[in-house]
Design a protein around this ligand. Structure first.
Ligand SMILES: *Cc1c(COP(=O)(O)O)cnc(C)c1O
Length: 415
């Protein structure tokens, strides 16, 4: 375990670095992007199959988004939420329509903030001071890094160094309806789940699970809140991933793809729930400010015109077909263009997924090792067929180069 004292004895060159050591030293510095491609300081070109963790869903430097941001920067950047601005209502209206209508939106700046808004809304709606305030989430989930969303995140190891965390969070095993049933007592205000656990390894919920959660929440008068920060806005092959699971949640949070790289988050709630908030209950200085909402407005216009959910379905199927047949791969899971490529035990005995991700980066492909056994792909939703094929062949080549004898059932050498 790293102690305060160890940190104080960090090498002098690290101490001189002006950045806090929260992210580890970067291996590459990117200076430019266009569509599915990135260029580093040396001018080397990379195929980006990660999109800044499902953020640049329209690719890098999308011309319409770039023009909207540039025009807005020359018009009006910020006035605060004491006043109205041009793009908030259209963006909120589009999001509400894509979510089926009948809701209202609160704008913020990140995924964690969208979940913070949802948690506060649930408490206000349920009557937290009278004892109904708990939020139940799933083990293996990820909901953010602020103190409250860290506690909602179902990864106890991440909680430990920051105890005590804010009270009011419970965790149940993922996809376990009986455990949820047992957890939903009279102190619970809301259930918060991802439709596909992203950071947890790209694990999609089933329609049966979400239907059972919806029914339990309705019976117990508990809000069903779906965290679509990673899965929302076309990524999974529908506007929101829960729409493939046949439920209408009470609250939906989103962020990553909404600004295509410009920070913006949003918390949508059914109007009957949103009505619990009164002026003064919640706010953020930058939330919904003109630059961010101009970007989101352009993003949504392009997404609708290009029908990005349909593109995610088609490109996702093409990736799967290409990757599933590789000897080092045991399976590809996920929805649309949020995919995890599970490596075979034979391959992993030789190389963990992190080594593969590092080798791919050296070969000019950006992915990440979402678990010790799987690679995550979250490419641009506008990726072309040629780029998918290029990605598959580069991944195939790197897997083959790293462990040429790792095909299941082959007489592999273990030395
Ligand atoms: C990334 C993510 C968050 C946190 O978003 P930030 O913008 O980093 O605060 C929350 N929930 C899910 C599902 C995410 O993938």
């Amino acid at each position: 375990m790293t102690t305060h004292r160890d940190a104080m004895e960090a090498p002098a060159e690290l101490v001189r670095c002006p950045m806090m050591p929260t992210y580890g030293p970067p291996s590459v510095e990117f200076v430019r992007g266009e569509g599915s491609w990135l260029w580093d300081l040396q001018g080397t070109k990379y195929l980006d199959l990660l999109s800044g963790l499902a953020v640049t869903s329209l690719g890098h430097a999308h011309p319409e988004v770039a023009d909207a941001v540039a025009a807005q920067a020359q018009t009006l950047l910020h006035v605060s939420n004491l006043f109205g601005t041009e793009h908030q209502a259209p963006v909120a209206g589009t999001l509400d329509r894509l979510l089926g209508g009948g809701g209202q939106v609160f704008f913020c700046n990140s995924g964690a903030e969208a979940n913070e808004a949802a948690i506060k809304l649930a408490r206000k709606w349920a009557g937290a001071p009278a004892g109904k305030y708990q939020v139940v989430s799933a083990l293996g989930s990820f909901h953010g890094r602020t103190l409250a969303t860290l506690h909602a995140t179902g990864q106890p190891a991440k909680h430990e160094p920051f105890q005590p965390l804010p009270e009011g969070f419970r965790h149940v095993p993922w996809a376990d309806v009986d455990a949820l049933d047992a957890a939903l007592d009279g102190t619970v205000a809301a259930v918060l789940l991802e439709a596909v656990q992203g950071e947890g390894g790209v694990n999609p919920a089933t329609a049966e699970y979400f239907a059972a959660v919806r029914q339990l929440c309705t019976e117990r008068d508990v809000l069903f809140m779906v965290d679509e920060v990673q899965t929302g806005l076309g990524r999974c092959g529908s506007w929101f991933a829960h729409q493939q699971l046949g439920v209408r949640p009470d609250v939906v949070t989103m962020a990553k793809a909404l600004g295509n790289g410009v920070p913006i988050g949003a918390c949508w709630a059914d109007a009957s729930v949103a009505a619990a908030f009164e002026p003064g209950d919640h706010a953020t200085t930058y939330g919904g400010q003109p630059l961010a909402t101009a970007a989101a407005r352009a993003v949504l216009a392009v997404m609708e015109r290009e029908d990005v959910p349909a593109r995610a379905v088609a490109a996702g199927a093409r990736f799967r077909a290409g990757l599933e047949v590789l000897p080092a791969v045991t399976g590809v899971r996920g929805l649309g263009l949020l995919l995890a490529v599970e490596l075979s035990p034979e391959f992993l005995a030789l190389r963990p997924s992190k080594v593969v991700a590092d080798a791919l980066l050296e070969e000019g492909v950006v992915v990440n090792a979402v678990t010790p056994t799987a690679l995550r792909l979250a490419p641009s939703l506008l990726i072309t067929d040629d780029e998918v094929d290029e990605g598959v062949s580069r991944i195939a080549a790197v897997l083959e180069a790293l462990a040429p004898h790792a095909a299941p059932g082959s007489d592999q050498e273990t030395t």
